[in-house]
Write a protein that binds this ligand. Structure first.
Ligand SMILES: CCCCCCCCCCCCC[C@H](O)CC(=O)SCCNC(=O)CCNC(=O)[C@H](O)C(C)(C)COP(=O)(O)OP(=O)(O)OC[C@H]1O[C@@H](n2cnc3c(N)ncnc32)[C@H](O)[C@@H]1OP(=O)(O)O
Length: 719
């Protein structure tokens, strides 16, 4: 796991060999210990270079090992021997030096980076801190403010920025290993004492307390309830106020408080879930690693509303020529200006030039005859979408792939009106499409493995986290949203206020509670869907009992809010009031409180005290319960996929891992008991009835989330 060679007759070259990222597994740590000992004891060796195989220095500690008992040589004493030695040790950084990888480099006396390398201490994103000396050594090298920023955010820096900050000694465009060997030879006989970071005093700013206080407040505001960044601040404080030997002890004490925490487990689960989600399998057995995606050299976007614009920008900024289509001149011109503006702002932010020349705007579908792929993003109306696809079938060459950006309509019904149902797939983007990272790739029963592979690969190329899901109303994300928001409105009836419900959810970690989120998204969208599905509006039979629809409990308060023209932020009024249409600062509105009270009076509902615990349990257990049904139905392949959808598309707090992981952390038995309890109290709410899969998992002893798949395997898959 660490290769040893003697080069230039006197330089020991140690290569970490643990692909794909040369993580510091127990075997690699053994390898480093053995090869360093050899290098330091061999009189022929005058200097040492450490590098990583396959152009990657080191991706840090092996995160998979964190789940089991700690084995192998502990990292800090091992790295101490590198620093303490009398022979210069140079880190040759290619690819990445992250986490323990960068910490290893900080124990070396010199660091040479390839110009494409990225460096950072991302431990905080895994719910821990850099506990191999990182919190004590980086501040000594680059000062408190810069180190604090890097350690509390986990941000990666480029080699150039690392040079500016003083993290590396040289950046090269040549082979970093060869440059490091030459560098090492020149370093022989130079004094090493000033190169040992543990012996330096941390340069301390005069306003240390104020700085730490400001960063702490910023973290508490941005990452409410998240422990690791706060522990990082404390560790960096120790670097500023304690000698190295005490600081390093403080660092490990703080690590001990985080290491086995639920937050660390959740964040590490998210890391792997994100990577697992891209690995799709279809019932035919076709899967991500054996189907070649088609190359997409040109694309078209139909409809330049909010979604279409974001999609056009997402395609153009990764170099794909786009033809954008609108149905009338005025809409086309507005869309064109908006897309160009978005592209320019995006390019400015990324420090690149805007790719205007890749965009063409047209009124006619006939211009699309030669494109490789079309993404339809017209209004969410089945008849309209069908007419577009019929037209496209006439115009486009037979090999053109058809994608629909729908948030819940039947993809197979759309495929059915085309001449190529096997080349039709759903690409459900989230708004704003050029910002939000989630993409649900909706596989219809007739979608070919080639189109699945192509849509998934296109999503990746656009920088999205793509998840393959099956075709059912609302797919995964929006289907689960219904029981969640239904519970919130039932709780309003029973005695809660929108502010109370939102606060409980925000304290849990959501960026926005359900009502603030609905105001942002626009309340009219759901109202239209409810009207179309006969839940409200003139089609409802007047003999229907007022708070029941389609045989189950129904809360009409959201319809009553919409009937008053309150559509959320865009109209300046919704569940909250805003200072103006488009305003973002939500204030409780007494009119909403009145409306709810009148409603309760009309139906003789006696409001009761509702605890935050009940809000969290009813909203989130109902959400997870629907997730179990989705797994049962084969609409999502694994719980990780559902969690990734909720993390990236719906603002579920990452330190809770996603709804399914959260359910497993609470304990499936407990979730089952609470759902049974709530279902008994509300027998006319089917979403509260525990799903068969949840019951089955509990009966099997509540296996960890990664093992649920074994219990779902026999069920029918729609993927
Ligand atoms: C009371 C008890 C007290 C206990 C105290 C315990 C003390 C323990 C001592 C700990 C010492 C601390 C050491 C250190 O500070 C901690 C760390 O280093 S944590 C790790 C930090 N590193 C990272 O966060 C980097 C993670 N990786 C990435 O960001 C990316 O993978 C990458 C390196 C930028 C590469 O990106 P890509 O090219 O896109 O490739 P992928 O991301 O798809 O990854 C490929 C493949 O590799 C797996 N992988 C990546 N990194 C790691 C890793 N660090 N460990 C394990 N596995 C890793 C990834 O999952 C992919 O796997 P695949 O999906 O292919 O199976």
């Amino acid at each position: 796991m660490a290769r040893y060679e003697l080069v230039k007759r006197s330089v020991a070259l140690i290569t970490l060999t643990n692909p794909p990222v040369n993580a510091l597994s127990s075997a690699v740590r053994h390898g480093i210990a053995k090869t360093m000992e050899r290098a330091l004891s061999d009189p022929k060796v005058t200097a040492v270079v450490i590098c990583g195989e396959n152009g990657r220095f080191c991706g840090g500690a092996d995160i998979r090992e964190f789940a089991g008992p700690l084995r192998g040589p502990p990292l800090v004493p091992l790295l101490d021997s590198i620093e303490a030695g009398e022979k210069p040790v140079v880190a040759a950084i290619e690819g990445v030096a992250l986490g323990g990888g960068l910490e290893l480099a900080l124990f070396c006396h010199y660091r040479i980076a390839h110009f494409k390398a990225r460096l950072g201490l991302p431990e905080v994103t895994l719910g821990i801190l850099p506990a191999a000396g990182g919190t004590q050594r980086l501040p000594r090298l680059i000062g408190i403010p810069a180190a604090l920023e890097l350690i509390t955010t986990g941000r990666h820096v480029s080699a150039q920025e690392a040079l500016k900050l003083g993290i590396v000694d040289q950046v090269t465009e040549q082979n970093a290993c060869e440059v490091a060997v030459e560098f090492a030879l020149r370093a022989v006989a130079k004094p090493l004492s000033s190169r040992r970071l543990s012996s330096l005093t941390t340069p301390c700013p005069p306003n240390l307390d104020a700085l730490l206080e400001a960063v702490t407040m910023q973290i508490q505001k941005k990452a409410r309830g998240v422990m690791a960044p706060l522990a990082c601040v404390q560790a960096v404080r120790a670097a500023a106020t304690m000698p190295y030997s005490q600081g390093i002890k403080r660092e490990s004490e703080l690590m001990a408080t985080l290491f086995n925490s639920g937050q660390a487990r959740a964040l590490q689960y998210c890391f792997f879930a994100e990577r697992t989600a891209g690995k799709w399998t279809l019932p035919s057995g076709a899967q991500w690693n054996d189907i070649k995606p088609r190359e997409i050299r040109s694309a078209a976007v139909i409809g330049l509303g909010t979604m279409g614009r974001g999609i056009a920008v997402s395609l153009a900024r990764v170099g794909i020529p786009v033809i954008a289509v609108e149905s009338d001149k005025k809409l086309l011109e507005t869309g064109r200006q908006m897309v160009i503006g978005m592209l320019e702002r995006d390019a400015k932010r990324r420090g690149v030039s805007a790719s205007h020349n890749l965009l063409k705007f047209t009124l006619g579908l006939q211009d699309l005859k030669d494109v490789d792929l079309v993404i339809e993003a017209v209004f969410e109306d089945m008849a309209l979408k069908k007419s577009v696809f019929r037209e496209l079938s006439k115009v486009c060459r037979p090999a053109t792939l058809f994608c629909t950006n729908t948030s819940g309509l039947d993809v197979d019904a759309l495929a059915g009106v085309t001449d190529r149902p096997q080349l039709v797939i759903g690409m459900h983007f989230f708004s704003p499409a050029h910002v939000m990272k989630l993409l649900e790739v909706v596989c219809g029963p007739r979608s070919s493995s080639e189109i699945v592979a192509t849509a998934m690969s296109l999503g990746k190329r656009m920088g999205k986290v793509s998840v393959a899901v099956g075709n059912c109303p609302g797919f995964v994300g929006n289907r689960m949203l219904k029981p969640y928001s239904d519970q919130a409105t039932f709780l309003l009836e029973e005695g809660a206020t929108p502010e109370q419900i939102d606060k409980a959810l925000e304290d849990f970690g959501f960026a926005m509670g359900v009502f603030r989120m609905s105001d942002l998204a626009g309340l009219d969208v759901g109202w239209r869907v409810r009207k179309e599905s006969g839940l409200t509006g003139p089609d409802v039979d007047p003999k229907n009992p007022p708070r029941r629809r389609q045989g189950r409990k129904y809360c009409p308060i959201p319809d009553m809010v919409c009937e008053q023209g309150r559509f959320g932020q865009k109209t300046g009024r919704g569940w909250y009031m805003y200072d103006k249409p488009g305003g973002t600062k939500a204030k409780p509105d007494p009119l909403i409180q009145n409306l709810i009270e009148m409603y309760r009076n009309r139906y003789g509902i006696q409001p009761r005290n509702i605890t935050d615990q009940e809000i969290i349990e009813r909203c989130l257990f109902a959400l997870a319960n629907e997730g179990f049904r989705i797994l049962e139905d084969g609409i999502a392949a694994r719980p990780e996929d559902i969690d990734v959808i909720y993390l990236f598309g719906y603002g579920f707090p990452r330190h809770r891992g996603g709804p399914m992981f959260y359910a497993s952390m609470v304990g499936l038995q407990r979730v089952l008991e609470r759902l049974e309890h709530y279902h008994q109290a509300h027998p006319d709410v089917p979403h509260l009835e525990p799903s068969p899969l949840l019951k089955k998992l509990v009966a099997c002893g509540s296996p960890p989330v990664q093992k649920w798949r074994e219990h779902i395997k026999t069920m029918h898959s729609h993927l």
